[in-house]
Design a protein around this ligand. Structure first.
Ligand code: SAM
Length: 293
């Protein structure tokens, strides 16, 4: 039965710009189909933080996640996008495969695995392990319901940068004509087309520093991370869901970018942190607008 045929459904007015305390699976069970333009979240990384907000054994992770991703699939608009920021742990000296397993079962559930972005943590400090080096990147997996989805690529264009000076100063004859891909993909490139461009499209690697200032939640992502995806996949006024909201970083990004949000988390104390951060964001906005007058 469609959720909309059941009673006690939550209206948009009841949930918009709210931080709701409960298991996201249970909250979303009362939300209409096709409600959100973007879902962006960073879930518990299995049992990595079991001392703070609990955890799920890596072997049970996929089983735990599936009923939640089923709700995400139902409440996301057909033109919407789901971004999952996640990283596998090392267990007994090797990487666990729960993220890879999750991708496979998501596909069986009906998701399209469209893309994988890498978040390169550019301020990572050094460390030493017997069989590996310091983790300095995380996955941001992109899933969609259909091949055609909303994407506003111009919103995340970047200055062409120093690459242009060196690469474009020394164009070969091959660079000046359309170079058809050797792998037979049908795609080609003509590097000289980028001469005189000031702005170009970014790659799928995001170089962003982690934020160390938030002492009250142990696993925040930087505001710049949800901001980038919010600009890429939504317009002002759109509705964004973070079902594992923590300290409300996604809400802060939404507030700054004039998007609406719904935050969900199991822990009441995180709502308080989020509310403080949101009020700081509003104060900052006020100060900036007064300065600009
Ligand atoms: C990695 S943290 C998210 C941090 C967040 N991105 C931020 O910047 O603060 C994961 C969050 O998921 C919450 N959580 C765990 N299980 C949950 C569930 N079933 N439903 C909703 N939230 C849950 C935890 O309390 C924790 O705050």
């Amino acid at each position: 039965m469609k959720r909309s045929e059941q009673s006690a459904m939550l209206t948009i007015e009841q949930i918009e710009n709210q931080y709701i305390i409960d298991d996201c699976k249970d909250v979303l069970a009362n939300v209409e189909d096709d409600t959100f333009d973007l879902i962006i979240t960073s879930p518990p990384y299995a049992d990595r933080r079991k001392g703070t907000y609990g955890g799920i054994h890596p072997d049970k992770y996929v089983e735990w996640f599936l009923p939640r991703s089923e709700q995400f699939l139902r409440v996301l608009k057909p033109t919407g996008t789901f971004i999952l920021n996640i990283k596998e742990l090392s267990v007994d000296g090797q990487r666990h495969t729960y993220v890879l397993d999750l991708i496979k079962v998501f596909k069986d559930q009906g998701w399209l695995w469209t893309e994988e972005f890498i978040w390169h943590k550019k301020n990572t400090y050094p460390g030493k392990w017997p069989n590996r080096f310091r983790d300095a990147w995380e996955r941001c997996l992109q899933f969609n319901k259909q091949r055609k989805f909303n994407m506003y690529q111009e919103a995340v264009m970047v200055p062409v940068g120093d690459w242009a000076k060196d690469r474009l100063a020394n164009l070969s004859e091959k660079d000046k004509i359309r170079d058809i891909s050797a792998v037979g993909s049908g795609f080609g490139k003509n590097i000289s087309n980028w001469l005189d461009r000031k702005m170009v499209y970014p790659t799928n690697v995001l170089h962003l520093a982690t934020e160390c200032g938030n002492k009250n939640h142990s696993a925040v992502f930087p505001v710049a991370l949800p901001s980038w995806f919010i600009r890429l996949f939504t317009l002002e006024g759109d509705l964004v869901l973070d079902p594992f909201a923590g300290s409300g970083t996604t809400a802060v990004a939404c507030k700054q970018l004039n998007r609406n949000y719904v935050m969900i988390d199991v822990k009441e104390e995180y709502r308080q942190i989020a509310e403080e951060r949101l009020s700081d964001a509003v104060q900052l906005e006020l100060k900036t607008s007064i300065r600009e007058r």
